[in-house]
Design a protein. Sequence first.
Length: 133
Amino acid sequence: MATYRIADVAKLLGVSDDTARRWAESGKFATTTDEGGRRAVEGAELARFAATLHDPLQPGPVVQASARNRLVGIVTRVLRDAVMAQVDVQAGPHRFVSLLSREAVDELGLEPGVLAVAVVKATNVSVEIPAPR
């Protein structure tokens, strides 16, 4: 299972490093230590916590829009049936839901805790896996 350092957690959740540290210290999500002895969060734990951040409030009016957006986030849920799958990605305060083939989900290895990129163009959301650092 992937683990994420606190700085990465902050970026994925759209908050400051200090906020992520305070959340960890207050027990909002469990931490562990990585091979370098730094505080880290397991992917499944981060996915669980990220899913609680969904804000159902509607945003204000749109002033400008882009035809294409790429939002880095973490997979929080994968629902599969025989042919199709639903993948939820939490990118900061934004939750994206993508419907794609089960085959694509299996080939990408999408599971809760996996780092992913939600690519939005018009009404379609695609999911990509970024190259390892």
